[in-house]
Design a protein around this ligand. Structure first.
Ligand code: NAP
Length: 368
């Protein structure tokens, strides 16, 4: 591949991905610096929340060679004081003469943007290079900034005939140990793992990442009537990872109090038209807690509620070479569903991987 703007932006995108799980609620960002002769002299990425931004790290490795050079950065340099000083000042100070940006910052902090400021200082700015790829990198950050809710990952393990449980609601385990390990790795970079009370009552899951990952996800249960058993694995392990229970305004106060005394955080929330806790309010509440990525592990009713409201952004599906059969066995996404084939939402950027004997498919919902 010739060393074009797209080539260097691709490199910056690869660097950015190393921040996944470490930087949230900040976005993943990567940067590359070329000297005035077009030789790469600096690379960097945003490594951890609160730490220096990608362009500052890349410029630091370039040192004096940055003067007169080009900076490639996947996200528009910030132009405000946050946890760190504005990156635009750092860029200006080094004498960089050109800045190439992947995508613009969706978070509007002030009137003058980073790109505007750099141009006003006589620096050439090109934006929109590999824009779709750069924007995909910051999708969770953008969702939190613009919709005020976390990016929602839907996950399930199913048989070849599309069932997540038998007709008796037995589901452990449909997939093999390799696929389950990938599932644990996904949990390990999430802010929350969410299920409905149906799954807890049937499976008594732990919902922790084993082995532990980069982050410890809060375990969230939607449980309108506060039915979560006090002797469930979730309650008994609440010192290992927090448990956050969403109950309706009518849940029995005595039950709520018992759960709180057992260490569970209980939040009362309004009901939807079906007398379940309102899932949109739940997501907003998680957003106010700065949760950027939430993994919804089911069951069918909860995934259906989300899908019907267009609230799933990415899916992770594990397919086992097994047939469960039975018209009453459970499919992964309940709710109402779509009426007509043209109304069906396609996923894009699908990836497929063989893990042990199972297939792991993941991709994003069209609009994400
Ligand atoms: N293979 C897999 O990957 C997998 C993963 C998970 C589960 N499963 C299986 O799926 C089955 C459980 O699925 P399920 O559909 O019966 O239960 P579920 O989706 O886990 O939980 C449904 C319950 O959650 C509560 N809820 C609260 N707010 C809700 C909302 N906004 N939308 C929907 N539900 C809400 C409702 O009870 P309240 O009204 O009392 O709040 C509802 O009955 C089990 O058999 C389990 O083994 C399989």
């Amino acid at each position: 591949m010739p060393e074009t703007d797209a080539y260097w932006m691709q490199r910056a995108i690869e660097l950015a991905k190393q921040g996944e799980g470490y930087v949230e609620p900040n976005p993943m960002v990567g940067a590359v610096v070329l000297d005035r002769d077009g030789i790469c002299c600096g690379e960097g990425w945003h490594e951890e929340f609160g730490g220096p931004h990608a362009e500052v790290n890349a410029l630091a490795t370039a040192g004096s060679r940055a003067a007169g050079g080009t900076l490639y950065v996947t996200l528009e340099p910030c132009h405000h004081h946050g946890k760190t000083p504005p990156c635009t000042s750092a860029v200006e100070t080094t004498g960089i003469s050109r800045v190439v940006i992947g995508c613009l910052d969706p978070a509007k902090h002030q009137q003058e943007t980073g790109a505007d400021y750099l141009r006003s200082r006589g620096i050439e700015v090109t934006s929109g290079v590999l824009e779709a790829e750069a924007a995909a990198l910051i999708a969770p950050f953008r969702t939190l900034m613009t919709a005020g809710r976390p990016f929602v990952h839907g996950k399930w393990a199913m048989s070849l005939d599309g069932r997540i449980a038998t007709r008796t609601r037995h589901s452990q385990w449909i997939t093999g140990p390799d696929a389950r390990l990938v599932g644990h790795q996904i949990r390990g970079r999430m802010d929350a793992v969410l299920v409905g009370i149906g799954t807890v009552l049937h499976d008594d899951p732990l919902l922790t990442a084993r082995p532990p990952g980069i982050r410890t996800a809060t375990r969230v249960v939607l449980d309108s009537q506060a039915r979560l058993p006090l002797d469930s694995h979730l309650v008994k392990t609440n010192k290992e990872a927090p448990v956050l229970l969403f109950v309706s305004e009518t849940a029995e106060q005595q039950r709520v109090q018992q759960l709180e005394e057992a260490g569970v955080t209980v939040v009362r929330i309004s009901n939807d038209a079906h007398w379940h806790v309102d899932i949109e309010h739940v997501l907003k509440e998680l957003g106010t807690r700065q949760m950027t990525n939430v993994l919804v592990e089911g069951g069918s009713s909860v995934l259906g509620s989300l899908w019907d409201r267009d609230l799933i952004d990415e899916v992770h599906v594990f397919v086992a070479p097994k047939i469960i059969g039975g018209s009453e066995a459970l499919g992964p996404v309940g709710g109402v569903g779509r009426d007509k084939v043209p109304d069906i939402t396609s996923l894009r950027g699908m990836n497929m991987q063989l893990v042990g004997e199972d297939v792991y498919l993941h991709g994003r919902v069209g609009r994400s």
